[in-house]
Design a protein around this ligand. Sequence first.
Ligand code: SF4
Length: 380
Amino acid sequence: MTVKRDALPHALYIHIPFCVKKCNYCDFNSIVSGTKIVDRYLHALEKELRALQGRYVFKTIYIGGGTPSILAETQLEKLLHSVVRYVPASEIQEYTVEVNPGTLTGNKVALLKAYFVNRISLGVQSFQDSQLKLLGRIHSGDDARNAFLLLRTSGFENINIDLIFGCPGQSSHDWEKDLRIAVELNPEHISTYSLTYEEGTPLTMDLENEVVHKLDESVELEMYKTAIRHLTSAGYNHYEISNFAKDRCECSHNQVYWKNTGYAGAGAGAFSFIDGRRTSNVRDVFQYMAGIHENKNVQSFGECLQPEQFASETVIMSLRLRQGISNTDFYKRFGYNLEEQFGTQINRLVKEGLISYEDERLKLTEKGLFIADTVMTEFV
Ligand code: SF4
């Protein structure tokens, strides 16, 4: 079986694993730490970026976290300078930095602009202070609005707003209000995620101790449907399960993940997927820094995807996109049709009205969209 592995990655992810404080729901790879550790980390990161120099031609860069905007202005400039130094800016089409509204200053915005960042992902989550407090966010609803306006007036023309729904105590009215405020701000992209209770987080402990109560699944589903209705009628294209974009403002970087093509990662815990091999850097910030310092391989995990597994992951990820997966493209990549490996599942799911073919694209139906996780397990 011949599989085209998209040998060279065109997307670069850079991880900044620091936050002002941990949010109550968060299990991302981030820690609260002093400025000296951040300096040491940036030094290690620069070394890792230098090692990537000249190896790949990246079209997208995404600096995420953690909280990249937590960096002090001099640290931010050092990071952005390392990026332009080791990654040729002329090839970059999309350059995103995640920003927390509680950590933004005019000078940081000016630096982001000066170093060619052309897309900002703003972690708003909610515009309502009661929700933000429950989530343990460090900013208010007004901070979020002001951060957006600062970015806009500073010339950023491609801004994403992240929103969370399904929080304990959140009413449909609260959620509609968040959506309304987001739409009024008129960002190019809106991501809406349902709250998940991750093991060991303070919010999950509160849930277990019955301090907070999970919203009913049917209420959450209605909230999701409200988001789709509200955002599509405001002119956003619902192009991925959780993502909405104005015309031609879909996130190119994240589409690399959804299409299961190659990417490189730098920083603690960052994943890479190169030539069919998936690897991950060690997650622990201190082990990462020590490893880089000692010129050691900092990868803590690596696997070569078997062709069937690669195909299966490609279908699962691509079904997240509302345009689904093209059988022609699949054939070009894997050398056989979707039916050859997944015929039984496809027939059953089509009969149940959960997926359908449109021309030669296999995609989730609206019914399938609302139970997407269940549909996707059929392709594992
Ligand atoms: S800001 Fe983001 S990464 Fe940091 S603790 Fe909150 S949710 Fe986690």
